[in-house]
Design a protein around this ligand. Structure first.
Ligand SMILES: [Zn+2]
Length: 252
């Protein structure tokens, strides 16, 4: 059973309330890790959504910490927007159309919002993930998914059609995708020093970004400088050697 911690967010402009959910990590049954660092726990992101757009007045709020005055744990007296009605800006990203709409949201935030460096990194990382969402489950196209009886033929076939369409859309937006990755690498490259907690994981992200950019020599060069060999890093290295530039499922 999925367990959420519920909280309530108030729009600072129009004072409407929105319900928020935070997945309780200790209650997670299944964790899925993709090579771009996206982790889904029982199908959900465990991290809080930091950019919120009020469904009533369209006001943008950046929420770093779930603290008062705009956030509280107890239910407000007034009506509130349910989580599903506002999270991810009301987008149903099970469809390719929804996934592209999410891409557009992040691009919009990057272009229009006033933000600092960490916020830009946050948006560009989510933009990277949103593009990858179009092809994230490409492995399910394989007929083995059907023959292994994980799903019925009808479900598999419909899913396959959607995945092939996602792959096509991903190719159409590839230039934009590459631009975003190049900028993200540039923003991250000198961001942290070995004393920072983020240093090691960011270095790994950068290797993966070079791979997804198709810059395999650079990715290999950075891999050679890393003495660690976890399962994750070995899988990335395998893909670099195969000159495969797509996001893949690491565990799950
Ligand atoms: Zn509002």
């Amino acid at each position: 059973m999925i367990k959420f911690e519920t909280f309530y967010i108030q729009c600072p402009r129009c004072k409407s309330w929105m319900e928020g959910h935070l997945l309780v990590a200790s209650m997670v049954n299944q964790s899925i890790l993709y090579s771009d660092g996206k982790i889904l726990n029982d199908g959900y992101l465990t991290e809080n959504q930091k950019m919120i757009v009020c469904p009533a007045c369209n006001h943008w709020s950046w929420i770093d910490k779930t603290e008062e005055p705009y956030i509280k744990k107890s239910k407000p007296d007034a009506n509130y927007y349910t989580w599903n009605s506002w999270r991810f800006y009301g987008i149903h990203f099970e469809s390719n159309k929804g996934r592209l709409a999410l891409v557009d949201h992040y691009k919009h935030f990057i272009e229009k919002a006033e933000h600092n460096l960490d916020q830009e990194i946050y948006f560009r990382r989510l933009l990277w993930w949103a593009y990858n969402d179009l092809i994230r489950n490409k492995y399910q196209i394989n007929i083995e998914r059907y023959t292994s009886k994980e799903m019925s033929f009808r479900v598999w076939y419909r899913n396959r059609k959607k995945l092939l369409q996602g792959l096509e859309l991903f190719k159409q937006h590839h230039e934009d995708y590459l631009d975003n990755l190049s900028i993200l690498i540039h923003l991250l490259e000198d961001r942290y020093t070995p004393d920072d907690e983020e240093y090691e994981s960011t270095n790994l992200d950068i290797i993966e970004m070079y791979r997804q950019l198709g810059e395999f020599d650079k990715a290999q060069e950075l891999l050679n400088q890393t003495s660690r060999r976890t399962y994750f890093i070995s899988r990335i290295e395998e893909k670099v050697k195969e000159k495969d530039d797509m996001v893949f499922l690491v565990t799950g």
